[in-house]
Design a protein around this ligand. Sequence first.
Ligand SMILES: [Zn+2]
Length: 210
Amino acid sequence: MSTNAIEDISERIVKAGRELYDHGLVIGTSGNISARIPGTDTFLIKPSGIRMEAVEPEELVLVNFQGRKIKGKLNVSLETPMHAAIYRARKDAQAVVHTHAPTATAFGIAKTEILPLQIEMFMLLPNGVPIIPFKAPGSKALAEAVQKKIANYDALILENHGIVTVGSTIEAACSLNEMVEEGAKIQFLVMILAGRDAVNLAELKKMFKM
Ligand SMILES: [Zn+2]
């Protein structure tokens, strides 16, 4: 992989991180974003302790698929084991985005899965967004639980913590994170307007004929 290609990936990570901040999906130093370096068993990840909107491309940390730092001055993100586990499980995943998107996170706390209520969301997440039972942030147990579930889903809720999405590009993983948050807001309104029973995955599948 050429230096130019790595620079391009770094710049796209930084730009995507700023968008996550602008859209209110991350605050403070929370959330992390990473991208695979194609053709290698490594990925670039946001460093720990730096605000998403303030990260500079040269501050990103290069890590291998065992989660060990290969290059970079700063410490790796706390959730690096989870990102590494996802790249090991999903050869197609080019990027991973973890945020504490507030509405989607609230669904996890309420133990309510987010369903694909609109057709656009259904096309990307036909089985909705399931909840991974609580495991300590940064733990091996969380990485293992996510690794198992991510094989069949592109978006997961981490109970009492946040959400994680994968994508075939950095931009796709970010857009999916935003879509899950928007879907959660819509589902919340639907449940207030029409009750909890108004949303049902079997009914959605029938309506969208998938
Ligand atoms: Zn987190």
